[in-house]
Design a protein around this ligand. Structure first.
Ligand code: ATP
Ligand code: MG
Length: 394
């Protein structure tokens, strides 16, 4: 048993001593069977949230409504979720109301895929009523129970299936596959935040090429924000990004450059992308447009910044079938050869200018600093206080 599980065994024991059942479940059990590293262990129990709170002195309410309590034990946080069935599904989304139950079997039944419906006892014994281990062995994503029912209950499972293709390099079992195709449209009922969370995992997964191609093959892009009609561009992106050198930000930039019709921020805001990513993609997009006009100059590299230039050169090279490494090295050389890499590295400040000119502050300071900065970048003057003064007041 993995260290992470061993450390949590006392938590299961405590719950059992109080007269309830408790098991490891979900992603951590699946990943352990796949010999993948695991993040947090999730625990499922027959105890109701209030009962868990009586067993452990330190708890945090995170999702009592859904039966989840975080228990702090020996300095670790554990998500403990009461066995439950998901009530009525009326709008193709997970229901707001869930019913707590005492049966593990029933709890496993409401889980999405067979590989995610395996429970493990404190001694490492597996409870696997839907042959999840078998599917893990043959690398297959298969819904628990009738696929069409499971996707109409909660359409997010469609995105989760594709996400697991990307993360695990599994295939999708035939009935599950057909049901995804049939009910893809239901994705329009799911909140963008939840869609983005899965899509983001698709983009950074090891088998993202296969996953993105599958997403298009299954016509799912038509039901994702701003992607309808862009199947070709998505497939092209998929083929480019199979190597692990590409970051999420660069992938969005590639997609937007290929689409070439949607304003970057409108598109990414429709996806509820984090602002930090929107900003970075915009910068890459702008630098890429400059790079299309001409090759890198000292000024271009300085003003656009290192990361942005490297990313846009990677994209430019790959889209124009040029040697990526070699061209990226060119940008790195220009950056390394710059006398300064940012305004802060200037040997003088606005105060120096005011002293030398004996003038008050004003817009002239900014203008003069920019002029000096440019001259230094282009090596017309050294970044040296007295040299700058001489240059300004000959
Ligand atoms: P990850 O490794 O990314 O955390 P995970 O499988 O643990 O993957 P979670 O979202 O953490 O995914 O969910 C934990 C477990 O809850 C899943 O393994 C699955 O059993 C169940 N589950 C999660 N989302 C759904 C859903 N939409 N429908 C049914 N069961 C779900
Ligand atoms: Mg998880």
């Amino acid at each position: 048993m993995l260290e992470k599980f061993k450390k949590a065994v006392p938590v299961l024991e405590k719950i059992e001593q109080a007269g309830f059942e408790a098991y490891f479940v979900g992603g951590s059990v699946r990943d352990a069977l796949l010999h993948r590293s695991i993040e947090d262990v999730d625990i499922a129990t027959s105890a109701f949230p209030e009962e868990i709170k009586q067993i452990f002195p330190k708890t945090i309410d995170v999702g009592i409504k859904h039966g989840t309590v975080v228990v702090i034990y020996n300095g670790e946080n554990y998500e403990i979720t009461t066995f439950r069935t998901d009530g009525e599904y009326t709008d193709y989304r997970r229901p707001d109301k869930v019913t707590f139950i005492r049966s593990l079997q029933e709890d496993l039944k409401r889980r999405d895929f067979t590989m995610n419906a395996i429970a493990m006892t404190k001694t490492g014994e597996l409870i696997d009523p839907f042959s999840g281990q078998e599917d893990i062995k043959i690398k297959l994503i298969r819904t628990v129970g009738n696929a069409e029912e499971r996707f109409t209950e909660d359409a997010l499972r469609i995105m989760r299936a594709i996400r697991f293709v990307s993360q695990l390099n599994f295939r999708i079992e035939q009935d599950t596959y057909k049901a995804i195709e049939k009910y893809g449209e239901l994705l329009t009922n799911i909140s963008v935040e939840r869609i983005y969370a899965e899509f983001q995992k698709i983009l950074v997964g090891k088998s993202r090429k296969q996953a993105l191609r599958l997403l298009v093959e299954q016509n799912l892009h038509h039901y994702l924000p701003k992607l309808s009609g862009y199947g070709q561009e998505l497939k092209q992106t998929a083929d480019i990004i199979h190597l692990p050198i590409w970051t999420e930000t660069e992938i969005w930039a590639i997609l937007l450059i290929l689409i070439d019709k949607e304003p970057v921020d409108v598109f990414l805001r429709a996806w509820k992308t984090p602002l930090r990513i929107i900003k970075a993609v915009k910068k890459i997009y702008v630098a890429y447009q400059l790079r299309k006009e001409q090759s890198w100059t000292k000024e271009m590299v300085y003003y656009n910044g290192y990361d942005t230039c490297i990313s846009s050169e990677k994209i430019y090279s790959v889209l124009h079938h040029l040697p990526v490494q070699q061209n990226v090295q060119m940008v790195k050389n220009i950056w390394a050869d710059l006398p300064i890499n940012s305004r802060e590295q200037l040997a003088i400040s606005g105060y120096d200018l005011m002293n030398w000119a004996n003038q008050k502050s004003g817009p002239w300071i900014k203008e003069t600093l920019e002029k000096i900065e440019k001259a230094i970048i282009n090596k017309e003057i050294d970044n040296d206080k007295s040299k700058i003064k001489e240059w300004l007041f000959p």
